[in-house]
Each structure stands twice: as structure tokens, then as C-alpha cells.
Design a protein around this ligand. Structure first.
Ligand code: FMN
Length: 413
């Protein structure tokens, strides 16, 4: 539940809903809506969250949970909890240092941070200024030389994994942005000037320090030198012809971990596992692409069956509570990506907000584990869940036990 009055300070935020309310209070409506909104009728955006509400816990009692811990191995390395920060482009338009803030907060909790190719912070800046594990997310661009250069840069900067997002052959139709006259860079109309002016602290920062630039896409088009030219070239630069053969080239050329994000079907997952990807993210881009797409949590069992334990499966979309992370793990996910949940914190209040968001989620996850009689994440299993209104647990998922041990437990101290 949202607090009865929107909090004014990070210290007054006790839930992700509170941080969302703080972001709404601090950002112009058009900017907030850009982060918060989804495609068309926002049915998938809503369905992602509702899917979590459909599962209730049947807690185990009389279990010693005094030393409960969420520490685990995630994609072969230690993590403070089975989660990573999802790539979110353009975060710097809400708060200038949002990318670094998220990366730093992730490192403090010991979870990977994923930098979007549409971020306003350069690949190299994250690598040198933020400690911790870094993944780089690349959209597939028509300009193949540029695409490969980005990947090369991530390799040189020692990024541990490459995330290829495959649910965006074209941009989704986000109608809140149309209504708000919102675009990146900003187009100025009478309506949005008033909107921007209503948040003087934010407006002053943009005015004095200038509009952020999508640093990694500088030079995407030879003529694109200004912020305006770069940003407007991005949308039309996605390559809708990207297919299995091209993904195989990426697999051949990228020597480290390859993660494919944006999968909803078992047959696609099966083929990806066969191709030798290192992980799959069940995702519909947080409801920002195909409206009406199946909720991620609902797609998870099919994807798990498709990979049949050969590769780890992560899931994102709609996670707003630590208990949602517990539900996703109980249903067989190896981990989750955190999208808006941490983004709200970062755009509302930079590093303080990002840390608060992660602190809330981590605390809630641990609390849920203790309350469910699960001292470690490996104890979050399907028998803990009941579909709302029913007494029986769900069918056991094609679950974590079948994945090679290095991807899962035990906890790493
Ligand atoms: C503002 C915003 C920007 C995003 N940018 C990217 C991006 O650059 N690359 C990408 O693969 N996904 C992007 N996503 C999708 C997220 O990585 C993630 O899949 C989604 O946010 C998960 O849903 P949730 O926000 O409900 O948790 C973006 C999402 C949001 C909200």
C-alpha cells in the first residue's frame, strides 16, 4: 500500500511504492510517466505485477532461521541475493547520476549491475568509477560496425556478461509519452514547459548543467553530434532484421557470458539453450513493448520446461517487493532483474535512493524467507506457494536443482 501522503524524503520511504511516490513528487510528470508507463493500454504492465499477487505463501514453521541469508551464486559468482539490476536507458534524464548510483548501490549489496546501451553514462565510466560486477546490455543496431564497437568496448572494459535484448525489433507504443509531448531529448511545448517548471530543482539542474546525452551512442550516425541528433537517431537505429543466425554470430564472437533478455516462450528458450547462451531472462520489457504479452511470471514455467535445466533462467517485470523475489525463486527462477523497483529510487534521489530501494528489497526478501521457514534461497521451493483461493501447491517447476551447481547454491560466504 502507498503511504497515505507521499513521502518528502528518502528516509520516509519504507517500500518501493513510497520511492515511486517520491519520484513522482520530484520529477516533472512527463519524465515520471516515461519511467512509470507501459505500452498502449498498459495491460501487460499491470499483469506483470498482478501475477505475483496470485501466489500466496504456506509458511513452514519451527525452522531455525536465526542465520538466514540470501547470499548465493549467480551466474557463477557470489551475489548478496539472487538479483541483478536490469538495464534501464535514459535514467540520467530523471537524476543525472542515476546510472552510477545504481551501479554503486548494486556493488554494495554484491549484485551485478547492467548498463543499458541507451544509458547516459559511458561504458568506461561505469567500469572505472563503480566497483562490482558489470553486465552490458546491447540493443541490436542497424549500424553493425557501431554495434560491434560497443561490444568491443564492453569487452575491453572487462564487463563480465553481454545482455542482448531481443524483444524490441521496433519501439513499443507508449501513449503516456504522446499525451505528455515527451521525447528524448525534450521537445518544448507550452504544456510541458509548465510541467518542467513545476519541478524547479530538476529544471534548474537541466538548465544549468545541460541535458544528459546517451554517451554510448555518440557517433552512431556520423552527423549526430548534438544531444538532439543522437537521441533522435536511436529509435530508427534498431535492427528489425536481427535473427537466430545473427545471434549465433554474437555467440561466436563474445567469449564471456551471453545472456538473452526478452524471452517468453518455451520453444525459443529451448533453442537458446541449445545454442549455448549462458542465461535467459524471461521478460516483456516491463510491459513497455508488446501490450497484451503474457506476464513474465506466467511465462516462467514454460521457459523453464524449454531449457530443461540446461541454463539458468532469470525473470523480470512487476517485482516491487522482496516477497515477489521469493515467489519468483520458489517458482524456479534462478534470480531476478530489478527494473523500476530500483529505478524509482535512483531517479528520485540518486545513490541514496538506489541504496534505499535495494535495502528495502533485501530486507523484505530476508524477512519473507524467515517468515516462510527458508533459511537459504535454496529453501524457497514451490511447496511454499499456493495459488490464491486454492489449497494445493503448484506443480513442481523444472527447477533449479537440475542446473549445474555453480549456478545455484550453496551460499558463498
Ligand atoms: C525507463 C525504462 C527504461 C528501460 N530501458 C531498457 C533498456 O535500455 N534495455 C533493456 O533491455 N531494457 C530496458 N528496460 C526494461 C528493463 O530492463 C526491465 O526489463 C523492466 O523494467 C522490468 O520490469 P519492471 O520495471 O516492472 O521491473 C527499461 C525499462 C524502463 C522502465
Amino acid at each position: 500500500m502507498t503511504a497515505w501522503r507521499a513521502p518528502r524524503r528518502v528516509a520516509d520511504c519504507y517500500s518501493i511504492a513510497d520511492l515511486r511516490a517520491l519520484a513522482r513528487r520530484r520529477l516533472p510528470r512527463a519524465v515520471f510517466d516515461f519511467y512509470d508507463g507501459g505500452a498502449e493500454d498498459e495491460r501487460t504492465l499491470a499483469a506483470n505485477a498482478q501475477a505475483y499477487a496470485q501466489w500466496r505463501f504456506a509458511p513452514r514453521v519451527l525452522v531455525d532461521v536465526a542465520a538466514a541469508s540470501s547470499a548465493c551464486a549467480l551466474l557463477g559468482a557470489a551475489a548478496g541475493m539472487p538479483a541483478a539490476i536490469a538495464p534501464t536507458g535514459a535514467a540520467g534524464f530523471g537524476c543525472r547520476n542515476a546510472d552510477l548510483a545504481l551501479a554503486t548501490a548494486a556493488a554494495k549489496l554484491g549484485i551485478p549491475y547492467t548498463l543499458s546501451s541507451s544509458a547516459t553514462t559511458a561504458i568506461e565510466t561505469i567500469a572505472t568509477r563503480a566497483p562490482g560486477r558489470h553486465w552490458f546490455q546491447a540493443y541490436v543496431l542497424r549500424n553493425q560496425d557501431f554495434f560491434w564497437q560497443l561490444i568491443e568496448r564492453a569487452h575491453h572494459a572487462d564487463y563480465e556478461a553481454l545482455v542482448i535484448t531481443v524483444d524490441l525489433p521496433v519501439g513499443g507504443k507508449r501513449e503516456r509519452d504522446f499525451h505528455n509531448h515527451f521525447s528524448i531529448p525534450f521537445r518544448f511545448s507550452a504544456r510541458n514547459m509548465l510541467d518542467f517548471a513545476s519541478r524547479p530543482r530538476w529544471a534548474l539542474d537541466m538548465l544549468v548543467r545541460g541535458m544528459p546525452v546517451m554517451e554510448n551512442l555518440r557517433g552512431l550516425e556520423a552527423a549526430a553530434t548534438s544531444a538532439t541528433a543522437i537521441a533522435s537517431s536511436v529509435g530508427r537505429s534498431y535492427d528489425p532484421s536481427f535473427d537466430w543466425a545473427r545471434l549465433a554470430q554474437v555467440r561466436d564472437r563474445w567469449p564471456r557470458k551471453l545472456i538473452v533478455k526478452g524471452v517468453s516462450r518455451g520453444d525459443d528458450a529451448q533453442r537458446l539453450a541449445k545454442m549455448g547462451v549462458d542465461a535467459i531472462v524471461v521478460s516483456n520489457h516491463g510491459g513497455r513493448q508488446l501490450d497484451g504479452a503474457v506476464a513474465s511470471l506466467e511465462a516462467l514455467p514454460e521457459v523453464l520446461r524449454g531449457v530443461a535445466g540446461r541454463v539458468p533462467v532469470l525473470v523480470d517485470g512487476g517485482i516491487r517487493r522482496g516477497s515477489d523475489i521469493a515467489r519468483a525463486l520458489a517458482l524456479g527462477a534462478h534470480g531476478v532483474l530489478l527494473g523500476r523497483a530500483t529505478l524509482y529510487g535512483a531517479v528520485a534521489a540518486g545513490e541514496e535512493g538506489a541504496q534505499r530501494a535495494l535495502g528495502i528489497l533485501h530486507d523484505e526478501l530476508l524477512r519473507t524467507m524467515r517468515l516462510c521457514g527458508a533459511p537459504g534461497v535454496q529453501h524457497l521451493t514451490a511447496d511454499l506457494l499456493r495459488p490464491a483461493g486454492e489449497a494445493a501447491p503448484p506443480e513442481q517447476p523444472a527447477c533449479r536443482e537440475r542446473v549445474p551447481a555453480r549456478h545455484i547454491e550453496p551460499a558463498i560466504s
